[in-house]
Design a protein around this ligand. Structure first.
Ligand code: SF4
Length: 332
């Protein structure tokens, strides 16, 4: 093993109630890519803060990568500080959408958190691997890493200056990410506490001004193949039955489930899993705004398990115009 990398998508635990009840899907993509492309790296996922803390003490990694969402931002900063206290030479990387879009605000944010060495901008599936690769090329030296050019990142140069490189365009072929389900990367999280989360596509054609996915960068919708999704649903169903049959929930990460014809097909595979494995009984997805008939078809295929939302942000017309929002229509 040339390096040990910890990937942490932490969540608060409020006396047993978790601040985020889903399996850590985002970081699992990062691990799936690293497992394939960097066999010399041993990586491990963390969802629970207490486990990360004890691993930082007993088996410190060379690299700690932390997610940044609005629900775990300060916990991630806390762990970044902790990691630096314990091992100042550790490379601490953060990534996630909870950062301003404007470059100058990004720099200011990064500047105010010296505990973070690198902030990865945009989708991290492949970028995380590239940062680890650069770090290995730099002989695991933070100073030498700062002399290299890191793409689509904020980082500190060896003279302490902050460098921001332009954000990459999105990687169109998300199929190139190995499935973290089918490779067993997420197996350890079938613990009865965390629910599986599945992403069938990524991106959103709408432009709501309050939402990170409303920017041009996310406009194109990239799909995982239906065949892969079908296999994943079956895999998850089998694991649920073996390990945590009381888990009834499935969350979909899609922005507009029920918009596309293939969503109805996918809902049919969810219906098949219900018949085979008794799961899921509840399917939570942000449903689409302009094809209600498809949402209803998907709901039927999933045997009523899908929660049908009425996608309405405001009923005030001027507000809707100003935020460039397209609600589901009143008639529908
Ligand atoms: S439709 Fe939803 S995901 Fe898409 S931009 Fe609007 S709020 Fe964001």
């Amino acid at each position: 093993m040339e390096a040990r990398v910890y990937l942490a998508d932490l969540r608060h635990n409020f006396s047993g109630v978790l601040g985020n009840e889903c399996m850590p899907l985002g970081v699992s993509y990062l691990k799936a890519v690293m497992d394939r492309d960097l066999p010399e790296v041993e990586s491990r996922l963390f969802a629970y803060p207490d486990r990360l803390l004890s691993a930082l003490r007993s088996h410190p990694p060379d690299v700690l990568m932390l997610t940044n969402y609005m629900w775990n931002e300060w916990m991630s900063f806390h762990f970044a500080q902790k990691a630096k206290q314990l091992h100042p030479d550790m490379l601490v990387v953060m990534g996630g959408p909870n950062i301003a879009l404007e470059p100058e605000r990004q720099v200011a944010y990064f500047e105010s958190h010296p505990e973070i060495d690198v902030y990865v901008l945009g989708e991290g599936d492949f970028l995380a691997r590239d940062v680890v690769r650069e770090y290995l090329d730099a002989g695991k030296s933070l100073r030498r890493l700062g002399e290299q050019k890191l793409e689509s990142c904020l980082y500190r140069r060896s003279d302490g200056q902050i460098e921001r490189t332009e954000m990459w365009e999105r990687h169109k072929q998300i199929e190139e990410i190995p499935s973290p389900w089918l490779t067993g990367v997420l197996d350890e999280f079938f613990d009865g506490k965390l629910a599986p989360m599945l992403e069938t596509n990524r991106g959103c054609p709408f432009q709501c001004t309050f939402c990170v996915q409303g920017v041009r960068w996310y406009t194109k919708v990239h799909n995982f193949t239906v065949e892969r999704i079908r296999e994943e649903i079956d895999y998850i169903g089998r694991r649920i039955r073996e390990r945590c049959p009381n888990m009834t929930f499935l969350r979909l990460a899609d922005s507009n489930f029920g918009t596309y014809a293939r969503d109805v097909e996918i809902a049919g595979y969810i219906g098949e899993a219900q018949a085979k494995y008794g799961w899921p009984k509840l399917l939570d997805a942000t449903t689409g705004k302009n094809r209600p008939e498809r949402v209803i078809q998907a709901l039927e295929k999933a045997n009523g398990a899908l929660i049908a939302y009425q996608a309405v942000q405001s009923v005030d017309e001027l507000t809707i115009q100003n935020i460039k929002r397209q609600n589901i229509s009143n008639k529908e």
